[in-house]
Design a protein around this ligand. Structure first.
Ligand code: 1CP
Length: 349
């Protein structure tokens, strides 16, 4: 299978760091770098719903490029959402401003699960188009494609929306393991297919977001979740792009998440990179892990923290600087730009 990545993006610092190769400086990008922290994003999004915006190539392209132009980050993250492929296969959901994804009819029964069909490329021709346009515009800057991991997607479907305790999800997982596995197997195929569309159109790396996996014990993760994330990541194994696997509060799961088939393990800010390296035995390049709230701290404190993270990252087989979770909406974008400059300056080899 041929893909459409540009040679310069394939040899970019981000891709090299993800493969554990030497780099001229530590590459840096930020989860949610495109979004409400940018006035140009708020302006272009005005009057367009989130799901609709994700399906309009001219908006997706412009919004994805905004933070690259403004901050000089070393990767673009495709502007979309983890629930876009679910909507594309007919799940009745919306992304409600200030709330997040909301599912009209929560998925709880066998009949509900059986309605969830596979995603085929023809469901998302606009995603292919957006990625191709972006890759051409980005030149040497790699595009990171992404998808939601089965557990995090299942949580939205089963709970019906964002959840603090994930109680219905855990009740299904433990109450009807066969149905749970069927649901997650379907979600893994959808996420895998969504990743594949992006990589075949030219994305140079992918990230699987298992944002809420940190609510699981290691035992539950390995019995009920890991195999499905493995399946989603395996869907692009033959396309030879690095695969980043990230979750929030997943300090106890880092090794299992690496073993699921990741090339890079994402670390949130609760565990230092040094501890993450020890926990994972130094087997994987790491991505992370500045606390997004630190972007509100006085520059001196923030500078010190960035310095520490860059230093800790030097001991890893590879390091991609990022936040421990997404940029918060109230963040001053100028601070984000200064952090990019600082990471480059501190890490220049
Ligand atoms: O109108 C708006 O601006 C809506 C806010 C918004 C944005 C900007 C949502 C709703 N999604 C997005 C874009 C988005 N979502 C991106 C691309 C932008 C970028 O990273 O620069 C990505 C990668 C996502 C992925 C996503 N969506 C995740 C995984 C990442 C994470 O933050 O953990 C999750 C959990 C979602 C669900 C979701 N979508 C939107 C919100 C507010 C949420 C979270 C809701 C909750 O707290 O449960």
């Amino acid at each position: 299978m041929t893909t459409s990545q540009t040679p310069a993006a394939v040899d970019s610092p981000l891709v090299r760091a993800a493969r554990g190769l030497d780099v001229p400086f530590t590459p840096v990008w930020f989860m949610r770098q495109a979004g409400r922290s940018l006035p140009e994003y708020r302006a272009i999004r005005e009057g367009t719903g989130m799901l609709e915006a994700c399906r309009r190539p001219e908006l997706v392209t412009e919004i994805t490029l905004q933070p690259v132009r403004r901050h000089g980050v070393d990767a673009a993250i495709f502007f979309s959402d983890i629930v876009v492929p679910l909507a594309a296969v007919g799940v009745d959901l919306d992304i409600v401003p200030g709330v997040g994804p909301v599912v009209e009819r929560p998925v709880r029964t066998r009949a509900d699960v059986e309605r969830i069909r596979d995603l085929v490329p023809d469901d998302v021709p606009d995603i292919d188009e957006s990625v191709r346009t972006l890759v051409a515009e980005l030149g040497p800057t790699p595009l990171v494609g992404f998808a939601g991991a089965p557990f995090t997607l299942a949580s939205y479907l089963v709970e019906g929306g964002p959840s603090r305790n994930h109680e219905h999800t855990k009740a299904l997982m433990h109450g009807d393991p066969a149905l749970w596995h069927d649901l997650c197997a379907r979600l893994a195929r959808i996420s895998g297919a969504f990743l594949r569309v992006q990589v075949e159109a030219g994305a140079s790396a992918v990230q699987l977001f298992d944002s809420w996996a940190g609510v699981l014990s290691r035992a539950d993760y390995s019995h009920y979740v890991q195999e499905h994330s493995t399946e989603a990541l395996a869907a692009v194994a033959d396309l030879e792009v690095p695969r980043i696997h990230f979750g929030v509060g997943t300090g106890e799961l880092l090794t299992l998440m690496g073993l699921a088939g990741a090339d890079v393990v994402g670390v949130d800010y609760r565990v230092s990179l040094t501890d993450a390296l020890e926990r994972t035995g130094g087997r994987w390049p790491l991505q992370g892990n500045l606390d997004p709230a630190m972007l509100f701290a006085p520059w001196k404190a923030l500078e010190q923290r960035v310095h520490e993270i860059v230093e800790e990252g030097r001991s890893a087989p590879g390091h991609i600087f990022n936040l421990g979770h997404g940029v918060l909406p109230e963040t001053d974008p100028d601070v984000v730009t200064r952090v990019v400059e600082l990471v480059h300056e501190l890490s220049a080899r």
